[in-house]
Design a protein around this ligand. Sequence first.
Ligand code: FCA
Length: 340
Amino acid sequence: MKNIPFRAIAAALLVLGLGWGCSKPSGSASAPAPAAGDVKIGFIVKQPEEPWFGLEWKFADQAAKELGFALVKIGATDGEKVLTAIDNLAAGGAQGFVICTPDTRLGPAIVAKAKADNLKLIAVDDQFLGADGKPMTDVHYLGISAYKIGQSVGTTLAGEMKQRGWSAADTAVCAVTFEELATAKERTDGAISALTGAGFPADRIFKAPQRTSDIPGAFAAVDVLLTQKPGIKHWLVCGMNDSAVLGAVRALEQRGYAPDTCAGVGINGTDCIVEFEKDKPTSFFGSMLLSAKQHGHDTAAMMFHWIKDGTEPPLDSRTVGVLITRDNFRQVLKEQGIRD
Ligand code: FCA
């Protein structure tokens, strides 16, 4: 009972958009620019347990060190946690945040909350959807060239099939899909289009829809597909990211497929390092390595300059991917500052 008045005051302040440390709103033209040391930025991610997001944080930390701002890292796995996190950031004196939302349909609610709390906002990885289901192109966003990167996955898989001398009659494609997320759908659509473009028969391409975008979700989806499609000699696997393909590879192993009878190509390149480091190769052939540095460091740095100097970041930036395999991953990861 004792703390009700305190909470009521806090709630009232938050409703009014007044955070504890926000007496100098940096958004208004007349407000003096904050000193670097007074800048505080939140970095909210949807799946903190996925190595990709750990790396985004690592690179955002690098930006904070270089530029001298404070970084608050928050894992928020659902809408309620996201909205609470935004309020807490404002209450703690932050002026902006970067977010990979757990649900892109939260877009309008996140924008409204950021506005009420007087926080600047950059969406990373997953683009917000408006009430009409269309991308919110007025929200600053940095993501990947999803369709193109997916096409590279498909081209790589078609090349491996050829190289290994697998016939179309003996081979099928397993596309682990997560179509409720636009960037995920674009990736698997791109992969499928490149495969059919390379002459792979469309009627031998099967989708395994994931209920959750993690390894167990992919494993469960592919397990169902393998029950429905017995007797296929070779599987080519694509998915939205490394976790999707790793789940598929584990499901194939459980069904007795030998490593050299299937080939999977993931996306991220950050969540398959342990897989590549295994003594013996698995069916996880390669991954399109994305730039965690651009997604983590550059978004945080853009937010810093926006707050401090009023430099607005570009509305829409897209990054590319490069193929890594067991043969070159050590060198490429070193070049990119991911591994020593
Ligand atoms: C999405 C995926 C992540 C990563 C990122 C760039 O958020 O869930 O694994 O691929 O896009």
